[in-house]
Design a protein around this ligand. Structure first.
Ligand SMILES: Nc1ncnc2c1ncn2[C@@H]1O[C@H](COP(=O)(O)OP(=O)(O)OP(=O)(O)O)[C@@H](O)[C@H]1O
Ligand SMILES: [Mg+2]
Length: 294
């Protein structure tokens, strides 16, 4: 079994803020990734890389495999074939045993994930939600974890909600807590699976704004979203996938306005009018309306 243990610290001296994404090494490398659910071949041999500090937006029709791909990168789902490397840790998929489990655990520790449905513990306060994993998984003291939680809550603009319970805050606030919770583990990579699609339209902008701040601070992010304004302003690259394969990838401008593949064109025709509308509705997170130049 080829399981490369993590290099202890991956290029600490080169923080994402200091290194342009084009010069830096890939943080994420996915090679020949396959996932089946029974007979359903959901990911059909995917290859891609994400450099440190890069923001990649993944889009595609329902059922194309976007969530499955994110879940395979942090091994919430186990791919049957291929290789996933995150931050110097490589997992050969389809294996088992202690070395495999150790590598999977090491990859998971480097990935923070934010889901459409927040997934906060309802019986725990905002702070308790954030400190749980660092205490349990990283053995952080309660004091240290609480201090970090306070800093993160300030970053997501929720210092005044530290002692509230999830039922007492809005959907947008819940999602910002979920982002703070994921960040509390100090991940190298953040995975977002349609983080705004369960939100009322007026709450979307505040979550996109937090994500934008995170991207500007140099976080490496893979984001499944159809928020085209966000993609245009924040993404370095967009990948369009359909039927478990990558159809086309490019800069947002090129992919949205000059797609090469017919499947991409069809999909964009379907979503772009809505995307343009959604940017108008919450410009705070998405920027100015999309302009068509063709
Ligand atoms: N746990 C599972 N068991 C069986 N089939 C699954 C499972 N999870 C996903 N699938 C199937 O895999 C395919 C890809 O699903 P996935 O959730 O990755 O799509 P998606 O692109 O995220 O779609 P959406 O935009 O609706 O979220 C779908 O056909 C789905 O029904
Ligand atoms: Mg999905």
């Amino acid at each position: 079994m080829t399981v490369h243990e993590p290099s202890p610290v991956v290029n600490e001296s080169s923080s994402p803020q200091q290194v342009s994404s084009h010069q830096s090494e890939p943080l994420v490398k996915v090679e020949g990734l396959h996932k089946w659910f029974g007979k359903l071949h959901v990911l059909q041999g995917l290859d891609f890389e994400v450099r440190r500090g890069e923001v990649v937006v993944l889009l595609g029709p329902s059922g194309s495999g976007k969530s499955t791909l994110l879940r395979c990168i942090n091994f919430l789902e186990e791919p049957q074939k291929g290789r996933v490397t995150v931050g110097g840790v490589t997992v050969e998929c389809g294996r088992w045993g202690r070395a495999y489990q150790r590598a999977v655990h090491a990859v998971r520790l480097q990935c923070g994930m934010v889901f459409q449905e927040f997934n906060l513990f309802p019986h725990k306060s905002v702070t308790e939600n954030i400190i749980e994993a660092p205490m349990l998984v990283k053995g952080m003291s309660k004091e240290e974890a609480t201090k970090r939680a306070r800093e993160l809550l300030e970053k997501v603009g929720l210092s005044d909600r530290a002692d509230y319970f999830p039922s007492q805050i809005s959907g947008g606030q819940k999602q910002r807590v979920a982002i703070a919770r994921a960040m509390a583990m100090d991940p190298q990579l953040m995975l977002f699976d349609e983080p705004t699609s369960a939100l009322d339209p007026e709450l979307i902008g505040e979550v996109l704004k937090v994500m934008k701040d995170l991207a500007n601070a140099g976080m490496t992010m893979i984001v499944v979203t159809h928020e085209m304004g966000f993609a245009r302003d924040v993404a370095d690259r967009c990948i369009f996938m359909d039927g478990g394969v990558f159809v086309e990838e490019d800069t947002p401008e090129h992919l949205f306005f000059h797609p090469r593949e017919e499947r991409t064109k069809q999909f964009l025709r379907h979503i772009l009018p809505k995307a343009e509308d959604s940017v108008e509705r919450h410009p705070g997170g998405g920027g100015a309306p999309l302009e068509f130049d063709s």
